[in-house]
Every structure is written in C-alpha cells, then in structure tokens.
Design a protein around this ligand. Structure first.
Ligand code: ZN
Ligand code: ZN
Length: 182
C-alpha cells in the first residue's frame, strides 16, 4: 500500500485495500511464534490529505485475530479494529548534517510525525504497527469465563473441580475473602 505524493490533488485521496497479514513481515513473525493467528484479510481504509508540505493520514483497520483466552486458554476469535491519525513529513536531507538520522527519527516520533523520503509513502510499517496495537492484551473467550483452577488446572467453565477450596492452606485463606475483577 503505497502512494505517490508528487501529484496529489488538494482534495487528497482515499484508499481501500484488503491485505493478507501473512505478507506483512512483523505480523507473519507473530504467527510464526504462535503468538496469534490472523483470520482472513485485513481491511484497510486510508484518507490522505495534503497540508502545508505534510500529509495528514486517517486510517481504519479491521480484521480478526485468533488468540488463546487469557483465563482458560480456549481458542478465541477477537475482532481487530483500530483507527489512527498520523502526520507524514518528508525527511529533509540537510537535517543529517547536524543530527544523526536516529535522533531526527526519535524527535519526529515524539511529535507524532512519520518521516518518509522522496515522493512515495509506503504505509506498510504503519499498518503493521497499528494492527499490533489493536491486538487485545488479555483476550477472553466470553465475559464470564471462569478460567482454570489454579490448583488442578481444570477448566472451571466445564463445572467446579474437586478442589472446592475446602482444604486451602490457612496462609492463603485470606485470598478467598478477596474478590478479583479481572
Ligand atoms: Zn476463557
Ligand atoms: Zn481444582
């Protein structure tokens, strides 16, 4: 997903694309490590607007990701959805004279600006980044998932296990009086 910005009109440009997550290296790596699995293509919509030498980009990414439930480890399909708004600015070659490129890059990042070179913006890195940000950190298979018994590992969604908590170590008994929301 790339655009040429040299002859971008004042009204800007809309782009829609379906992208195979396996073709994006960072996402492919996540699948390879079995951190998650993407289901179907990602739908990416972008709006690019020129603004005084820079480009404002609004994006919407949608897709599906398969993760292990963080409580019971069941295979769970989660919707992916992320909207973002970024400013793209052309890297000025002269900048390199007084500050090394990494410093310029860092400074730009702090300002929320993405730098590009030449007349072409490639959105691939941004798309990968935004997809990764949208992956739930603690996916759950359902709101009331009971998780696994910490003692015997039984899936408590299938019913109570035999531990029943009757013979809890007295030092841990205090934990039974606490309520956890997570
Ligand atoms: Zn679960
Ligand atoms: Zn148990």
């Amino acid at each position: 997903m790339q655009i040429h910005v040299a002859n971008l009109s004042a009204e800007g440009l809309r782009l829609e694309d379906r992208i195979d997550p396996g073709k994006l290296p960072d996402l492919a790596a996540l699948q390879q490590n079995e951190d998650c699995r993407f289901e179907g293509p990602l739908t990416v919509s972008l709006r690019v607007m020129p603004s005084v030498g820079m480009f404002q980009v609004e994006g919407l990414i949608k897709g599906k990701v398969i993760l292990a439930c963080s409580r019971c480890l069941a295979v769970t399909e989660c919707p992916l959805r992320n909207t973002f708004r970024l400013t793209f600015a052309r890297r000025i070659p002269g900048d390199a004279a007084d500050s090394p490129p990494e410093a310029v890059e860092l400074q730009a990042e702090e300002l929320g600006v993405v730098l590009f070179e030449g007349d072409q913006i490639d959105f691939r890195d941004i798309i990968q980044e935004q997809v990764i940000l949208a992956i739930p950190m603690q996916p759950i298979c359902r709101q009331d998932c009971r998780g696994l018994c910490a003692r015997c590992g039984a899936n408590l969604n299938d019913g109570p296990c035999d531990c029943r908590g009757d013979n809890v170590d007295p030092r841990l008994a205090i934990l039974k009086t606490l309520k956890f929301d997570s």
